[in-house]
Design a protein around this ligand. Structure first.
Ligand code: ARG
Length: 457
């Protein structure tokens, strides 16, 4: 077995193979490989910019790293690395570059530690993942807004609920726009994490104290599109804040997906029957021939919990870590990479699943105003006529109790007895809303347009 360890001069014995395997993060690190190549290429610029390697050696290193990049894309690098005994992907890439470049390859790691290499590579990965995930979250939100447009045109209503009890009629478009609004916040949170991860470049911090080599840190930061080189090497190498922010943001997006899924699962019960899932997204039962289940949304709901576990694991990993580099930080890669990949997989399924949801327009609309859902509008009308709100609440409450005892909804005569007139149907109720951000269709139209513009900009 090849063991291209990056140290050994002061050791008398080769490492115990089992303990070396225990200490290896190669497998979990492999998704970081392409980012490490970019990080390594930027280090070549820092070396060349500081005159630490000759122009010819720098070119040889760039070419070798470009080849490693091709091998990563082709999948052959992973096979090569797995056949060795590497502690991590960072050492493996360095070893492969040495193998490909010959003598200049042995100059690549000058002035660099895996400490600053790992910190920088992880930030590059986090930035990419935040962008991808924010894109997915935005496309889910846009999908919901497209559906909102359709339901607005169709005039579909649903019961707006609190405590899962009928509260007030709302437009179905309003419900869809509500989830899109939450997702837009999630996407912005991912943008913020990406922004944080772009702020300062650890490369050139070396092991913890900076370097005696005149590394051109600004060139490295520029090559990797960071705002600037980091300002404290000791902090830079052990800082995992942006990675944790990204994982938190990703988890939050999954929590929105999880909550929305819960509601959809309930809407798909025969008791609600507000929504139906296309066969292509449904599953059946091995025993009960009639069954059709919305597994995709049940699973998304469950994955929200898995994501919380991964985030908690990541936070717990750093909680006792002293300043500088401690080996515990190796574990942050596995949880951050695993957590962000998990978020991407689950969110893709959620986004795809949404495309298979169909709403039962007549059923939803028919249920929108039942359960005395216009009672608040009636009380509002009494307030407008000059009654104090507590008195209005009391009077309408009594009218509701009376109607309920008679097994009916509120009717015209109840309004006449109260001396006011308001629409008793759902469509009239939503159209009567006057505040901005309300479920009034003209407000929804404005809100959808503003949100769509934000999501597309
Ligand atoms: N394998 C570690 C990681 O991936 C890097 C180890 C740095 N080692 C060290 N002796 N400072 O995080």
């Amino acid at each position: 077995m090849r063991s291209d360890l990056q140290w050994g001069g002061r050791f008398t014995h080769a490492p115990d193979a089992d303990l070396l395997a225990f200490g290896s993060s190669l497998e979990e690190d492999l998704p970081l490989a392409a980012c490490d190549v970019r990080c390594s290429l930027a280090h070549v610029e820092a070396l060349a910019g500081g005159g630490i390697v000759s122009a010819g050696d720098a070119q040889a290193l760039r070419e070798a790293l470009a080849r490693v990049g091709e091998e990563i894309a082709a999948g052959t690098f992973a096979t090569w690395a797995r056949a060795g005994a590497f502690e991590d992907v960072h050492g493996a890439i360095d070893a492969r570059a040495r193998e490909l470049a010959g003598e200049p390859g042995a100059r690549l790691h000058a002035g660099r530690s895996r400490n600053d290499q790992v910190a920088t590579t992880l930030l590059l990965y986090v930035r990419e993942q935040c962008q991808t995930l924010a894109g997915l979250v935005r496309s889910a939100a846009l999908r919901l807004l497209d559906a909102a447009d359709e339901e607005l045109a169709a005039g579909t209503l649903v019961p707006g609920m609190t405590h899962w009890q009928h509260a007030q009629p709302i437009a179905l478009a309003f419900w869809l726009q509500a989830w899109a609004t939450a997702l837009a916040r999630d996407a912005r949170r991912l943008d913020d994490a990406e922004r944080t991860a772009r702020r300062s470049c650890p490369l050139g911090s070396a092991a913890l104290a900076g370097s005696t080599l005149p590394l051109d840190r600004a060139a490295a930061a520029r090559a990797l599109d960071f705002d600037a080189p980091s300002r404290n090497a000791l902090d830079a190498i052990g800082n995992r804040d942006a990675a944790l922010d990204a994982l938190h943001a990703a988890t939050r997006a999954l929590l929105t997906a999880s909550r929305c899924s819960e509601e959809l699962v309930i809407w798909m019960t025969q008791e609600f029957a507000f929504a139906r899932l296309d066969d292509r997204a449904s599953t059946g039962s091995s025993l009960m021939p009639q069954k059709k289940n919305p597994d995709v949304f049940e699973l998304v709901r469950a994955h929200g919990g898995t994501a919380i576990g991964m985030l908690t694991g990541a936070l717990a990993t750093v909680k006792g870590v002293a300043q500088s580099y401690q080996r515990d930080l190796q574990e942050t890669k596995a949880v951050v990479v695993g957590g962000l990949e998990h978020a991407r997989t689950v969110f893709s399924a959620f986004e795809r699943g949404l495309g298979y949801v169909r709403f039962e327009r007549e059923r939803c609309t028919a249920r929108a105003a039942v359960g005395f859902a216009v009672a608040t509008d009636v009380a509002d009308a009494l307030v407008l006529s000059g009654l104090p709100t507590r008195a209005a609440h009391e009077r309408v409450g009594r009218a509701v109790a009376q109607a309920e005892a008679q097994g009916r909804e509120l009717k015209r005569e109840d309004l006449q007895a109260l001396g006011i007139d308001v629409p008793l149907d759902g469509a009239g109720s939503v159209a009567a809303k006057r505040t901005s951000g309300s479920t009034n269709p003209s407000e929804i139209r404005l809100a959808i347009a503003a949100l769509r513009e934000e999501l597309q900009s």
